[in-house]
Design a protein around this ligand. Structure first.
Ligand code: A2P
Length: 304
């Protein structure tokens, strides 16, 4: 699938991108290399994935002209007071002049704890095990700083991730807000379809992106019997059905894999019939879940 959609900034974004979360220690390089070779032109990364160096190297080594690629990275929670500095550090690690999209990773600023190697990403939990939230800062202030970044040409578009409808409403209504986020990236798959959030974004011209579209945060999506049945009918695997469902909903879909064969396979999509779409759309009614979040990545509540 090489289809693209247009963001509210006027830039186009490929509808299927490679997710790089948990692609570490050489896996990231291999996955990105396999993806670009297979025809992906969209790579989704983040500072906290701690693999920007190898992701960037694979991008540069591919020899594909930069203009043909869409590269995303994300601001980690501990750097919300200085997104410009964080972006510059990400670009340095990626070895790139600009990213196509820079996202606020979570609506939760955490206190910075500088650790010995100077890595600002770390924010050790407080002694009670809870995250060390920076209560004197908030995501609205972070957004006010982020909305200036496109002027620096170091991020073409800016957006947010893991925001609820209420978070978005608060951001859009804040007096200092001048820019509607280009993108909202959240967890979306057939067991967590996020219909209300997607409707809200459509109304406000915010493009939705799906992370963990295959249920990678622990949701049993790929072994769902209905999805498997549809896959058999199309001579495809469950992953193809789920990515096709996301794309057909108009969502930018970011399957993650470090297995080169799956990276290649996940780019294959096809048209699902209305009946097939309907039966996948209904799965969440019987089997849905409120949220799945990896405990190591999201130790804080989402503010609903
Ligand atoms: P791996 O990286 O070993 O290929 P998500 O994108 O929802 O986060 O899902 C990612 C998880 O699903 C990873 O564990 C990945 O494993 C696995 N995965 C990726 N593509 C497929 C596929 N086509 N079939 C089965 N599992 C897949």
């Amino acid at each position: 699938n090489t289809s693209t959609v247009k963001l509210n900034t006027g830039y186009t974004i490929p509808q299927v991108g490679l997710g790089t979360w948990r692609s570490k220690e050489g896996d990231g390089y291999k996955a990105v290399t396999a993806a670009l070779k297979a025809g992906y032109r969209h790579i989704d990364g983040a500072a906290i994935y701690l693999n920007e160096e190898e992701v960037g190297k694979a991008i540069r080594d591919s020899g594909i002209p930069r203009e043909e690629l869409f590269i995303t990275t994300k601001l980690w929670n501990t750097q919300q007071r200085n997104p410009q500095e964080a972006l510059e550090q990400s670009l340095e690690r990626l070895g790139l002049e600009y990213v196509d999209l820079y996202l606020m990773h979570w609506p939760v600023p955490l206190k910075t704890k500088r650790i010995t190697d100077g890595n600002l990403l770390s924010s050790p939990a407080k002694e009670d095990g809870k995250p060390d939230v920076d209560t004197e800062w908030d995501f609205v202030k972070t957004w006010e700083l982020m909305q200036e970044l496109p002027k620096t040409k170091k991020a073409r578009s800016v957006g947010v991730s893991n925001f609820s409808i209420n978070n978005l409403k608060e951001l859009l209504a804040s007096p200092g807000n001048k820019l509607v986020p280009a993108v909202l990236q959240v967890e979306i798959h057939p067991l967590l379809p996020q219909y209300a959030l997607c409707d809200f974004c459509k109304e406000h011209n915010i493009q939705v992106e799906a992370y963990s579209p295959l249920g990678g945060h622990g949701a049993p999506v790929l072994d769902d019997p209905i999805i498997k049945q549809i896959a058999d009918r199309h001579n495809a695997d469950a992953g193809n059905v789920v990515v096709s469902w996301g794309v057909q909903r108009g969502i930018v879909t970011l399957p993650k894999s470090t297995t080169p064969e799956r990276v290649v396979s996940n780019l294959r999509t096809f048209k699902l019939s209305d009946e097939e779409m309907g039966s996948i759309n209904n799965l969440s009614k019987s089997r849905g879940q409120k949220r799945t979040n990896a405990p190591d990545m999201s130790p804080f509540p989402l503010f609903e």
